[in-house]
Design a binder for this molecule. Structure first.
Ligand code: C5P
Length: 415
């Protein structure tokens, strides 16, 4: 997907710089080449050696290096790329970009470039909310600078709120979306961001992650779902302009920016949150909902009392997908489920589509050898009333974008 794409990555001085190391690895895995500029502040957090080792090429950090200028001048450096990515983009570098300062190699390259620029802001929540930063962000957006994140969550400084740099997955998603043309190429010198917001004015609901079902106050039944696929779908739908609600079981993922996230634990809580979100134009049930829960949750921690292990009597959980399918005039306009199977994948998924009353089922093989659960790639078979479409192996981000695109086309066709 990113083969032969050249990314000029500018690493500024923020604690989130450590995430950028992982991002470089992932970009290269997808065939992109990455050249890095490290600011003085950035070098306080990651070393030139780590960046050079991961990018497999020289790291640039000095505006006035004669050797660098002989090899590749700063103007050429800023233009010999398909995309400039600033990650982490600190309040300081965003301010410099907004005002056109060029006092080091990074800011000079950013001012000299004629290529699109994507920023991944990272800073303390108060700095992010400060009027100065707000104006800088608006100025940059007005010039066509693209942005991914920040998300909300715990911050390295001990505070909580918006300002966490987007996760490598999200940044990768934004880069892939850009190259797929979902975000029209814009130059830093002018033009409005050209995102094709084909789902603007539409409402989407996505379930993601596992559910956990309490046995007693400290123990629970759970599964291995990471939530990566569901979260990516929510981001892709929001990326096309849909007003998106993500109902998520417990995952290790940060809340995607710009999406209303409702955190739940059990299947019953998930169903209640989904009902609250109706009506919607599309619902994608990507959560791995626990089929069963313990019939009677113990009020106190179960103790070993010499009488042998307790018998756990299980009872069936509500089926969220099926319930949405039976919601009468509140039924989502387009209802999509997943079928995680370990054998007879398409056959079982076809049966599931009928049984659950879904319009589409995305079937995937989750047998341990495939690495789908918790992994970054997926192999999908899309089943609708006209048959089966086999998708090639692709990243979960790509699956999400392809699905969002299909959803947008379907909704547009229905008018
Ligand atoms: O677990 P199962 O294979 O039946 O899941 C298929 C689809 O149904 C998935 O889209 C999943 O999110 C959904 N599901 C649900 N509620 C359940 C079980 C599954 O929404 N209780």
């Amino acid at each position: 997907m990113l083969s032969n794409k050249r990314i000029l990555l500018i690493v500024a001085g923020g604690i989130a710089a450590y995430k950028t190391l992982e991002l470089i690895r992932r970009l290269r895995e997808r065939g992109a080449s990455v050249r890095c500029i490290l600011t003085k502040g950035g070098a306080q957090f990651v070393t030139p050696l780590s960046l050079a080792a991961l990018s497999g090429t020289k790291v640039y950090d000095d505006l006035f290096s004669l050797t660098d200028e002989a090899e590749m001048g700063h103007i050429e450096l800023s233009r010999d790329a398909d995309l400039l990515l600033v990650a982490p983009a600190t309040a300081d570098i965003l301010a410099k970009m907004a005002t056109g300062m060029a006092d080091d190699l990074a800011t000079t390259a950013l001012l000299a470039t004629d290529k699109p620029v994507l920023v991944a802001p990272a800073m303390n929540v108060r700095m992010w909310e400060h009027a100065a930063t707000r104006i800088n962000i608006e100025t940059l957006a007005g010039r066509g600078v693209l942005r991914v994140g920040p998300g909300a969550g715990d911050m390295a400084c001990g505070e909580f709120g918006e300002g966490r740099m987007a996760e490598p997955d999200e940044i990768l998603g934004a880069i892939e979306a850009f190259f797929l043309g979902e975000v029209a190429p814009v130059t830093p010198s002018g033009g409005a961001p050209g995102r094709t917001r084909t789902l603007k004015g539409r409402k989407a609901l996505v379930t993601s992650g596992p559910t956990i079902e309490a046995i007693d106050p400290v123990r629970y039944i759970a599964n291995r779902s990471s939530g990566k696929q569901g979260h990516a779908i929510a981001r892709a739908l929001a990326g096309l302009g849909a007003e998106t609600t993500l109902v998520s079981g417990p995952t290790g993922l940060a809340d995607p920016a710009g999406i209303s996230v409702i955190h739940v634990e059990s299947a019953r809580e998930m169903l209640a949150a989904c009902r609250q979100a109706l009506p919607v134009d599309v619902a994608v049930c990507a959560a791995a909902v626990s089929d069963w829960r313990v019939g009677e949750e113990a009020g106190q921690k179960l103790k070993k009392n010499g009488g042998g292990p307790p018998a756990l009597a299980l009872t069936e959980n509500p089926d969220i997908l099926k319930t949405l399918g039976e919601a009468g005039n509140l039924r989502p306009g387009l209802l999509i489920g997943f079928a995680a199977e370990t054998e007879k994948v398409v056959e079982h998924a076809k049966a599931k589509r009928k049984k659950k009353g879904a319009d589409w089922i995305l079937a995937n093989d989750v047998s341990p050898a495939t690495g789908t659960f918790g992994g970054d790639a997926n192999v999908i078979h899309l089943i609708d009333d006209s048959g089966v479409e086999d998708w090639p192996r692709m990243s979960k981000e790509e699956v999400a974008r392809r699905l969002a695109q299909r959803i947008a086309e379907n909704i547009a066709a229905k008018g």
